[in-house]
Design a protein around this ligand. Structure first.
Ligand SMILES: NC(=O)c1ccc[n+]([C@@H]2O[C@H](COP(=O)([O-])OP(=O)(O)OC[C@H]3O[C@@H](n4cnc5c(N)ncnc54)[C@H](OP(=O)(O)O)[C@@H]3O)[C@@H](O)[C@H]2O)c1
Length: 406
């Protein structure tokens, strides 16, 4: 067994031992050891690339010839983290998937966290279900901002823009303004979000959904995030960003800028992470169906084998490993067709990047997600995807996975 897989096994063992219930109720000592076990397992991992220079917890790593700075949570043991924020109140504005994940993680790490959402809305209900108490830790947006020293703006990007005229005057000198996306401040001509000049403005953007932020934290693992500073009036903005990154459950933090974060994020989610993958799956499936293949065959050869067998190999070991795990026939054909797909798609990706850069994607998102009916409008379009034959066939194929045999 490789060192890497032994480490992975150690991590899984830690996860199994780790308490699944809210760590809030655990003692400080339990919490500390809980984090430590996971950290030790991570440190032992041979997945760590070559370190060029390291002070404790800060590393300059060589990413395929380019050197980048990465921050690690080892610099922030729980006691230090709690001491650093002992005079702070983290006011989380918005309780969507990031609010849920980041808020519960920071709370379980023993920090003073409150939530601010509109009263009576969906988020108000969800926050109460997660144990936030009206009048104690759950407030209206205005009230939470007034009480907070670090205002974590986790409203939807459209809502950040809509609410800004009321929020801005409450962001008074000495507070810190935090985002998980560069969207609002980078596209300020469209969003009109212009932070006051006398506050630190920082970003921690987890590389995954808020649900994953939470589940990986509960497993004692953590998620990687990018961090950035928009405005540094105290000289401590970056340090604060790293510390909050750790508090919300980050393992490693990549340094970036607000602009690079928002460009790459909008581009990636419209591309291979979400939009392109649905488009590519559907195109391949439709051609198979048009040529007489059954739904199950078309689904198996498009989605099931990809997600169940091949993509996990890419995730764990890289593309060449996945190619090598397949037949010589498959390898020959894939090697021939990969450049054709690349060439065909470069113009699409260029068009997409331009659409992100010139703000077209931002304006569409602000318009659509700013509607009162944004939740039901999105749900309607997602239902249309769910109703596509490919995904209906997928439900049956998934039910036939051998691991679901009794
Ligand atoms: N989700 C991700 O994977 C992810 C990853 C990294 C970063 N981010 C960033 O994190 C931030 C939050 O994203 P999210 O996905 O957690 O949340 P979201 O689903 O985009 O937003 C939900 C929150 O916004 C509130 N909201 C919407 N319209 C409102 C309005 N007009 N007035 C007041 N509140 C309103 C909702 O409250 P109600 O329930 O009351 O409507 C809810 O609390 C965004 O900047 C996003 O780009 C997200």
């Amino acid at each position: 067994m490789s060192f890497a897989s032994r480490s992975a096994q150690a991590l899984r063992a830690v996860s199994r031992r780790a308490p699944r219930t809210a760590v809030n109720s655990a003692s400080k000592a339990q919490l500390a050891s809980y984090s430590l076990l996971a950290r030790n397992a991570v440190a032992a991992s041979s997945r760590t690339p070559v370190v060029q220079m390291t002070t404790r917890g800060v590393k300059t790593l060589d990413f395929a010839g380019t050197k980048e700075v990465v921050y690690e949570r080892s610099d922030w043991p729980l006691a230090k983290l709690q001491d650093y924020f002992k005079n702070d109140t983290l006011a989380l504005i918005g309780y969507g998937s990031q609010g849920h994940g980041q808020g519960l993680n920071a709370r379980d790490n023993g920090l003073n966290v409150i939530v601010g959402v509109r009263e009576g809305g969906e988020s108000w209900k969800q926050a109460q279900e997660d144990g936030w108490v009206p009048g104690e830790t759950l407030f209206s947006i205005d009230e939470a901002i007034k009480r907070g020293t670090i205002v974590m703006n986790l409203l939807s990007d459209a809502a950040q823009s809509q609410t800004w005229p009321k929020v801005a005057p409450l962001i008074t000198k000495g507070k810190t303004l935090y985002f998980s996306h560069g969207f609002s401040v980078v596209y300020k001509d469209d969003t009109h979000v212009i932070p006051p000049p006398d506050v630190d403005v920082i970003l921690v953007a987890p590389k995954g959904s808020g649900r994953t932020v939470r589940t990986l934290f509960k497993e004692g693992r953590g998620i990687n995030s990018s961090i950035a500073v928009w405005q540094d009036v105290t000289g401590k903005a970056k340090e604060k960003a790293v510390a909050i990154g750790v508090a919300i459950g980050s393992g490693y933090m990549y340094e970036t800028t607000f602009q690079k974060e928002v460009y790459s994020d909008l581009y990636g989610e419209r591309g291979v992470l979400m939009g392109a993958i649905q488009g590519l799956f559907l195109a391949q499936y439709k051609v198979l169906r048009a040529n007489g293949h059954s739904p199950s065959e078309a689904f198996n050869e498009t989605v099931e084998e990809a997600t169940q067998s091949l993509y996990p190999l890419i995730g764990q070991y890289g593309m060449d490993y996945m190619f090598n795990a397949c037949s010589t026939t498959a390898r020959r054909g894939a090697l021939d067709w990969a450049p054709i797909f690349e060439k065909t798609n470069i113009p699409v990706f260029e068009k997409l990047y331009e659409s992100v850069k010139n703000g077209t994607e931002t304006r569409k998102s602000l318009e659509f997600n700013g509607r009162d009916t944004y939740r039901s409008d999105l749900a309607k379009e997602l239902k249309e995807i769910d109703d596509q034959e490919i995904w209906r066939a997928g439900k049956v194929v998934r039910s036939l996975r051998p691991d679901s045999l009794q």
